[in-house]
Design a protein around this ligand. Structure first.
Ligand code: GDG
Length: 470
């Protein structure tokens, strides 16, 4: 039986997420290393993990492989094994082809398969069991995201002594949509196993409370649910953020500044560089954004000889059918637009289907004149905040979808409705043509907000409510 932590000790603070925050690298001599993936969550929680004798429970990324707990750079990692079949049904199926589209306004059709649900329950139970083994008496456990929404109650059944938090990184949909889910009540009950249920926006917390009231007939007052045994569950918003300081420092560094200048030169020194960076996902509004830009070029509002749209799409969920189709659609759309409106040496769209190191991302944020973040629905969208943090000289403009969680905070962005192609064209043109003074005023206000509400602020709020603050 797998022991608790690699040291044999139990943990006072446990993060539970589908993935461990590390990637395996095989060195040329065949030895194995684990590289910490540079997510905001790890950055924010690392100090707490160290100070509180923490552990992270999650899948290590390879199918059909059982690993013992191990320590990497002072982070205690507890792997959960997943079979190929479970990855297909729990992860690619129920998580990413049922819950993901359902929670994002059904912009793609959610698939409901009873076999997937069986695997989802089974895997959630395994995560709960592994966590129960690792957590010390009265420990604080923080469960992340839609892949693990049953874990809070499963864990409470095993370990009623624990203090449990749950955070949903994606939107929580309106009752009218959520109620389509055949397993709607089970998922609500799963989440209610936590003491604190966190959402990106107050709207998500409201939707949840409304459903709990309607579906489970539980009393809810001021975002506090009273359970049949009188236990209280608090549902509220904790808008996630980024390591703003870290991004600003990286962006201002000499190598990144030089690289940014190089990127502009490589693109032919356009007078307008428009940037998009997204995971290749149908929620991100890539089609609409490309169409809006393409129309502006073909109508002559933007000239292909001095306007460039740089779109980076990170490969994502490539085994899910909908994502494969999306990739083909985007390939075709980019090819068609460049074919229609490009001139020799000036394809207006530079499309890159790949991912980059953080330094390169920062250089792109610095190089751009306008950043377009136009999801059809997005829990928060960290790219928008990273762009803002990177603009240390207060230049540049952000075109932002009203349907990104970030729009609630970044009110000085050029806000657009991504379903409205004409509105998006107008928004982009305004962002390009506005006076530098107007742009600086907006950028300053957004930067102030992001620096005052960074990832540490977010983690502090959640951990305080969980009673785990330092
Ligand atoms: C989910 C929710 C919510 C992207 N490309 C590269 C790269 N990235 C990094 C970005 C950013 C992150 O990935 C993407 O975060 P987003 O928030 O934009 O989007 P999701 O992946 O959909 O995240 C979202 C988020 O969870 C957090 O709660 O905001 O709403 O959907 O940090 O910089 N990083 C590197 N290379 C890349 O090519 N290194």
């Amino acid at each position: 039986k797998l022991a608790s932590k690699s040291s044999g000790q139990k943990a006072d603070f446990v993060v539970v997420a589908n993935r461990l925050p590390v990637d395996r690298v095989i060195n040329s001599d065949g030895s194995v290393d684990w590289r910490t993936s540079p997510g905001g969550l790890v950055t924010a929680l690392e100090p707490v993990m160290r100070a509180q004798n923490g552990a992270w429970v999650g899948w290590h990324g390879a199918p059909d492989e059982k690993l013992e707990p191990f320590n990497n750079n002072g982070l205690e990692l507890v792997p959960v094994e997943l079979s190929t079949h479970e990855i297909a049904e729990y992860y690619e199926g129920f998580s990413n082809a049922t819950l993901w589209p359902l929670y994002h306004d059904v912009v793609a059709h959610p698939k409901f398969h009873r076999e997937w649900w069986v695997e989802y329950k089974k895997v959630n139970q395994r995560f709960a069991e592994r966590t129960a083994e690792v957590a010390d008496t009265n420990a604080v456990v923080w469960v992340q995201d839609y892949q693990l929404s049953l874990v809070p109650q499963m864990l409470r059944d095993l370990r009623p002594d624990l203090r449990i938090g749950f955070f949903l990184h994606i939107p929580f949909p309106p009752p009218e949509l959520y109620r389509q889910l055949p397993w709607r009540n089970s998922i609500l009950r799963g989440m209610l196993g936590a003491d604190i249920v966190g959402f990106q926006l107050p709207g998500g917390a409201n939707n949840f409370c409304e459903l709990v009231r309607r579906q489970l007939k539980l009393p809810v007052q001021r975002h506090e649910v009273t359970m049949p045994d009188d236990r209280r569950v608090l549902a509220r918003a904790y808008p996630i953020s980024i390591d703003a300081q870290g991004f600003a420092e990286l962006a201002a560094s000499a190598p990144v500044q030089e690289r940014a200048a190089q990127i502009r030169r490589d693109l032919g020194n356009p007078s307008t560089l428009v940037l998009g960076i997204d995971r290749l996902d149908y929620t991100k509004g890539l089609r609409q954004r490309l169409r809006a830009f393409g129309e502006l070029v073909s109508e002559g509002a933007l000239s292909p000889s001095d306007s460039v749209f740089l779109q980076v799409a990170n490969p994502s969920r490539e085994r899910v059918e909908e994502y494969r189709r999306l990739r083909d659609d985007i390939d075709m759309l980019v090819g068609r637009l460049n074919g229609n409106v490009g001139t020799i040496g000036h394809p207006p769209i530079t499309y890159l289907h790949t991912s980059y190191p953080r330094e390169e991302m920062a250089a792109m944020y610095v190089a751009a004149d306008v950043m377009m973040v136009t999801p059809l629905r997005d829990g928060m969208n960290l790219v928008a905040k990273e762009f803002v943090a990177s603009r240390t000289d207060n230049t540049g403009a952000l075109v932002l979808s009203e349907f990104a969680g970030a729009a609630r905070e970044l009110k000085q962005a050029y806000l657009v409705n991504p379903y409205d192609i004409d509105g998006m064209k107008e928004g982009l043109m305004t962002a390009i043509q506005d006076s530098p003074a107007a742009k600086t005023k907006r950028m300053k206000a957004m930067r102030k907000h992001v620096f005052e509400h960074d990832i540490n602020h977010w983690a502090d709020e959640v951990l305080r409510d969980l009673g785990a603050d330092l």
